[in-house]
Design a protein around this ligand. Structure first.
Ligand SMILES: Cc1ncc(COP(=O)(O)O)c(C=O)c1O
Length: 390
């Protein structure tokens, strides 16, 4: 196989989800806090719109960059909700946010170019940067700062080979929301050093504390150097549909369209009609899901905070708690990877080790699960962890 295949690592989150699912299928009573996807059904108006499109024969190739009406609706959403002033020809509809980020990196990064990223982070960035021939410059963010990067650390990571800054707010795995001052600082540094900005805003609608700020809305300069990534997966519980978008300068969008043309072509045509319906739905439908996530966040935080030795904060967004578990490591279980294996087998609870997000000494617990499952799962964690305290 080609050398580049040696770079590839399977997604640890998907691996843990699959392991928990296999144990469940074998009849074991596993509670999964591993999932990176909402547990709600896709809203039925979206499903109906896709089914109607399928029945109406919308089954042929469409424009590679996406249906005009979907790009128009996406641009309108970005103008109204995010303060990003783009038109339909500045949008490319992709096979999920994941493919959008991959294409952006393929289009921007030359071999040896550096991309500044902030850890804990979604591990896919590291793989995709490498696949583009780039080098990730990882800035580690401390829990003491709420996992928000500090200006002096960002600046220290920028060098002559830096081509882009890639960041994700609201954040997976920490749930952190970057405050406006930090977003503005990233924009300032990008201008000063003439860098691209890749802003992964896939969790933008899942905000419980503070306010999501799109970096492309900060200034005209920031807009001209930012590729904003978003999508339907988390907002509308559409992870399996595989549809996302990128918005940015026209020349980059043209290159991305050509790239996508040679790799996947358009996103399924009838799926795009479902996504369009999502953008046309009243905001209350999304709001109900956000409110439920917020209640679960609070429930899980309050239960976890009662476990001696567990460090838990109050993440502002997404649907994860990134929990400090250092006190349980070094004895019977060596590290967070061993701990998640131990928890799966002894507590029958699935979690993802922090190490896979470059955040060792932590585990990521997703609260995309019912309140009942959260109560029972955290009860089991408390019981099992009490035997591990060093
Ligand atoms: C930070 C982040 N970005 C992007 C994605 C991918 O989203 P999509 O399903 O639209 O490809 C995920 C999915 O887990 C994610 O956590």
């Amino acid at each position: 196989m080609a050398a580049r295949t040696r770079l590839l690592q399977p997604s640890p989150t998907l691996a843990m989800t699959a392991k928990a699912a296999a144990m469940k299928a074998a009849g074991e009573d596993v509670i999964s806090f591993g999932a990176g996807e909402p547990d709600f059904d896709t809203p039925s108006p979206i499903c109906d719109a896709a089914i109607d499109a399928l029945r109406a024969g919308k089954t042929k190739y469409s424009a590679t960059c996406g249906l005009k009406e979907l790009r128009e609706a996406t641009a309108l959403k970005l103008v109204r909700e995010n303060g990003i002033h783009v038109a339909a020809d500045q949008i490319v509809i992709s096979n999920g946010a994941k493919q959008a980020i991959f294409s952006v990196l393929q289009v921007l990064i030359n071999p040896g170019d550096e991309v500044v990223v902030f850890a804990p982070l979604w591990a896919t960035y590291l793989q995709q940067i490498e696949l583009a021939g780039g080098v990730a410059k990882v800035v580690h963010c401390s829990a003491d700062n709420g996992f928000i990067p500090q200006p002096k650390d960002i600046e220290a990571a920028i060098g002559p080979k830096t081509k882009a800054i890639l960041f994700n707010s609201p954040n997976n795995p920490t749930g952190a929301i970057y405050p406006r001052e930090i977003v503005a600082e990233i924009a300032r540094l990008a201008k000063e050093h003439d860098l691209w900005i890749v802003a992964d805003e896939i969790y933008e609608k899942l905000v419980y504390e503070g306010k999501h700020v799109s970096i492309a809305s900060i200034s005209d300069d920031a807009a001209a150097r930012t590729l904003t990534i978003g999508g339907w997966s988390k907002t509308y519980s559409m992870t399996g549909w595989r549809i996302g978008f990128v918005a940015g300068p026209r020349d980059i969008m043209a290159a991305m369209t050509t790239y996508q043309e040679q790799v996947t072509g358009n996103v399924n045509t009838f799926i795009q009609y479902g996504a369009l319906k999502g953008l046309q739905m009243p905001p209350e439908d999304v709001e109900a899901m956000r409110e439920e996530f917020m209640a679960r966040r609070d429930l899980m935080a309050s239960l976890l905070s009662q476990i001696p030795g567990v460090g838990v904060g109050k993440p502002g967004g997404a649907f994860y708690h990134f929990v400090r578990v250092g006190e349980f490591l070094g004895g019977k279980v060596a590290d967070d990877i061993a701990l998640t294996e131990y928890l799966l087998h002894h507590a029958k609870v699935a979690a993802v080790p922090g190490s896979v997000f470059e955040g060792p000494g932590h585990i990521r617990l997703s609260y995309a699960n019912s309140r009942e499952a959260i109560k029972e799962g955290v009860r089991r964690l408390a019981e099992t962890l009490s035997c591990l305290r060093t």
